[in-house]
Design a protein around this ligand. Structure first.
Ligand SMILES: Cc1ncc(COP(=O)(O)O)c(C=O)c1O
Length: 419
């Protein structure tokens, strides 16, 4: 059942005008955005609290520092032309040094700046996937990555996870089963090992070693997406997969530590891939936003590490507050995660409760979350829910938890009455 899952195509939208009905097959992936549903649910309550957004807090964005940097950039001469596709060299230089301090050994020429890590996922898929190729994803995984892989006609192999992240032994068994059935090896493995979206889980050091070894044995390209690794609340996470294997493609972003609106991220590439990836990016959008890249270059130098240390305290406080408020209210039958970093807390509802059904009820109670099944390629039923604490002021987290607790209690009461 885990083999070669293909996402159900969205049925053709008959409301589309004639031209729209001539969409290419791959464009079925673009007909419905998962993000439109929480937006619709927003209207069911006068003052909803959204635990569904994966954005950083507006109030924690270093606006003054960015404004100073932007004023400097704006005043500079000779910066309005096209530039090299890989992006502003001094920022790539800074990144190579900064990544080196995190045991990721690379050089500026092997880094391509991207329009957020989302473009990094897209470029990796564009370069490695033919229609029908299989991608290994964690179950559950980041919705935005599924959107990308869908648009390249991918099929999926869902790798099981537990509290220590993706389980390489279980994946090995699935791969052996595929081989025994004469199926081709998957092309790509996409993973978020550190404070994963959506579960907040952290892959253990041992599993990281095992996973890169497994990928090597099977000739699978690993794409490691790491937007949250800097935002740890206790100990620093184990070394990135890219620190263990230079063939891993590693994606990073300034969206969570500075601001998503800057749309700047990066890819760290094996040397022989850097030119291909830059050329793929050239086809896609010629080059990135050089102004924004310069603003970041002037902002991060001598600032980012200190800023991130402060962010850790802020987000840790929000995590603690949500965990405490939920722990006080929820029944013991709800299994509550406690992420050691990042933006997301994962909770498992009592068996038999459907997280998708709970969504509109919770919206009526004034709280929004995302149901676990959305994070699987086949949208299989899942008791998990993703609760994001990053973009909710701490004092609202208590009320959000109270509303969620009431919604779950109401749903349990209906379930009991039905029995
Ligand atoms: C795992 C993961 N990858 C990529 C992204 C996209 O981020 P960016 O703003 O850098 O494109 C997100 C954003 O939520 C994410 O959680």
């Amino acid at each position: 059942m885990n083999q070669a899952i293909r996402r159900d195509p969205v049925p053709p939208d008959t409301r589309l005008p004639v031209v729209g009905r001539r969409l290419a097959a791959r464009a079925t992936a673009f007909q419905a955005s998962p993000w439109s549903v929480p937006a619709d649910l927003d209207h069911r309550h006068a003052s909803p609290i959204s635990l569904s957004s994966g954005a950083p807090s507006e109030s924690l964005i270093p606006v003054e520092r960015l404004t100073d940097a932007a004023s400097r950039v704006w005043a500079e001469p000779n910066q309005w032309a096209y530039g090299g596709t890989a992006g502003y060299y001094p920022l790539r230089e800074w990144l190579a040094h900064w990544l080196g301090e995190r045991s990721i050994v690379t050089e500026p020429d092997h880094i391509v700046l991207t329009t957020g890590s989302q473009q990094g996922i897209d470029l990796a898929a564009r370069v490695f996937l033919d229609p029908g190729d299989t991608v290994i994803v964690e179950g559950p995984t980041y919705i935005g990555a599924l959107q990308v892989f869908d648009s390249y006609g991918a099929t999926y192999l869902v790798a099981p996870m537990d509290d220590d992240g993706l389980d390489p032994d279980a994946l090995e068994r699935l791969l052996a089963d595929r081989t025994a059935r004469g199926l081709a090896a998957p092309r790509l493995l996409y993973t978020v090992p550190t404070f994963q979206n959506p579960t907040g889980r952290l892959m253990s050091a041992g599993r990281r070693q095992a996973l890169v070894a497994l990928a090597r044995r099977h000739g699978i390209v690993v794409v490691e997406d790491d937007p949250y690794g800097e935002l740890y609340f206790e100990d620093a996470p184990p070394p990135a997969l890219r620190a263990l294997d230079p063939d891993v493609i590693s994606l990073g972003t300034f969206s969570k530590t500075l601001a998503p609106a800057l749309r700047q991220g990066w890819m760290v590439l094996p040397p022989d891939l850097a030119e291909v990836m830059a050329n793929a990016r050239e086809v896609n959008d010629v080059m990135g936003d050089r102004i924004s890249q310069r603003v970041i270059a002037y902002t991060v130098n001598g600032f980012l590490d200190e800023h991130v240390a402060w962010l850790r305290d802020q987000y840790r406080g929000r995590r603690d507050r949500l965990v405490a408020a939920l722990g006080d209210g929820l029944p013991a039958s709800v299994r509550l995660g406690r992420p050691a970093g990042g933006f997301f807390l994962w909770a498992d509802l009592p068996d038999g409760m459907d997280a998708v059904d709970l969504m509109p009820d919770a919206a009526d109670h004034g709280v929004l979350f995302l149901p676990g099944s959305w994070f699987y390629p086949d949208r299989r039923p899942d008791t998990g829910i993703r609760l994001s604490f990053s973009n909710v002021p701490p004092e609202y987290l208590d009320e959000g938890a109270r509303r969620l607790t009431s919604a779950i209690a109401a749903s349990l009461a209906v379930g009991a009455a039905d029995r």
